[in-house]
Design a protein around this ligand. Structure first.
Ligand code: ZN
Length: 430
């Protein structure tokens, strides 16, 4: 997958090398599956540039009806067939609150849980490869969502030692008892499970043709054809969305389209706050401000101008990113960083309507919140992580603080007004 991303980056027509700092930031963002433009751009001169809608959305010319990104998994749509399962916490086994909070959020995604409980692909992999992350998830999900229990069911928490040992073996980042960042684990889980469960035959499509990158439909068709030939897993079905980087040359007015995959969005809250408040002072932003920030246009000029293949010279340009499709499970990382960013308050809600932001609206634009990872402390690495998850059966919210589980009585008071959200998990419903 990283190769795919790198290949995509290499296809950019504006091929003057960006400054090192920008290039580094880009590669970091891509490695995290992010599509946001970097904060490096925010220091650039702001001019009366067109909006992203001016550049792209009003000219959107993709045939939505033919589009189908997902492949069909072998797992039928099975609803949880439990009455009311116990809520099982996860014991902290040495600075593992980041892991526990992350796992609870994954294990409250209904399709994800169903797949790991019932899919033939998972059962076969567990039989044949006990060293896989898939087999650890299967074990974990059977513990958190047992088939058999009754009123005397006494297990209140599970010790995820097997899971911790597995990720420590697979990635040195998770070795030992050092505290880690939940976003690194989310990234690792999505990339590793996709690699293990990808059923694509990995055939190389002959793609030596030089495409006219100004042709949006052609670029989109080419991207989706390549993508679906190489990515067929429950993970790509659930977590992958498509976005488009658009670069508009201000000399010849050409729009250059580059499509790519994202699997979470990163919103830098202090940047969003500056973008929104535009010099009157406010210390709070809402979730839609973040999406507005994400689609802002950056004017690139001077040393940041780029080579235009159609003008055959360096030109100034407008750059922006648009969400072409939203994934079934949309993961949002609220980047607080250090210092003042930490205090920015984010207002979010259970219902999220992205009809103003997602271009292919018939692929679904409405989301419901199903999980939250909160973080207390002054950096991503230290502090304490807690998960809040919505029970897919009762639709009640529960707080998972390691092995202690409690029902949330008032969502607004206890979560939106009080908690410090770090990651939000939204599920598409239409
Ligand atoms: Zn040009």
């Amino acid at each position: 997958m990283e190769n795919d991303i790198n290949n995509n980056l290499n296809k950019v027509t504006f091929n003057k090398e960006p400054q090192d700092s920008i290039r580094k930031e880009k590669s970091l963002k891509f490695s995290l599956g992010n599509c946001c433009q970097s904060s490096n751009f925010s220091n650039h001169r702001k001019v009366d540039s067109p909006s992203t809608d001016d550049i792209l959305c009003n000219k959107m010319n993709i045939n939505e009806n033919k589009f189908n990104l997902n492949y069909q998994t072998d797992c039928p749509e099975i609803k949880f067939n439990f009455s009311l399962p116990p809520k099982i916490g996860l014991q902290n086994i040495g600075a593992t609150c980041y892991m526990n909070a992350t796992l609870q959020c994954f294990c409250h995604i209904e399709k994800f849980v169903n797949f790991f409980k019932y899919s033939k692909q998972v059962i076969s992999m567990v039989r044949n490869n006990k060293n896989s992350l898939t087999s650890s998830f299967k074990l974990l999900i059977e513990k958190l969502w047992p088939n058999n229990y009754n009123e005397s069911y006494s297990q209140k928490y599970y010790t995820p030692e097997e899971f911790k040992n597995k990720i420590s073996k697979m990635n040195p980042l998770f070795e030992g008892i050092a505290a880690n960042d939940a976003k690194d684990l989310v990234n690792f889980i999505i990339m590793t499970l996709h690699e293990e469960l990808n059923k694509a035959k990995k055939c190389d499509i002959n793609n030596n043709n030089i495409l006219d990158q100004r042709d949006q439909q052609l670029m989109f068709n080419n991207f989706t054809k390549n993508f679906t030939s190489k990515n067929q897993s429950i993970i790509s079905d659930l977590f992958y969305g498509i976005n488009c980087n658009i670069t508009q040359c201000t000399n010849c007015n050409s729009n250059i389209y580059n499509y790519q995959i994202y699997f979470f969005l990163v919103f830098p809250l202090e940047e969003v706050r500056k973008f929104k408040t535009n010099n009157f002072i406010s210390n709070s932003v809402n979730i839609y401000d973040c999406f507005d920030y994400d689609k802002k246009v950056n004017f690139m000029f001077g040393e940041n101008s780029m080579y235009c293949n159609y003008c055959k010279q360096n030109t100034n340009c407008n750059m922006c990113t648009c969400l072409t499709t939203g994934p079934e499970i949309l993961i949002i990382l609220l980047n607080r960083g250090h210092g003042i960013e930490f205090n920015v308050k984010i207002n979010f809600m259970e219902d999220l309507d992205l009809s103003n932001y997602i271009q292919l609206k018939n692929t679904g634009v409405k989301y419901k919140l199903i999980g939250i990872i909160t973080h207390m402390g002054d950096s991503g690495m230290g502090g304490h992580f807690i998960a809040y998850c919505k029970d897919p059966i009762s639709q009640s919210w529960y707080k998972y603080n390691d092995k202690i589980v409690s029902e949330v009585q008032n969502f607004q008071n206890e979560i939106v007004n009080s908690a410090m959200p770090y990651m939000l998990f939204y599920q598409k419903y239409s």
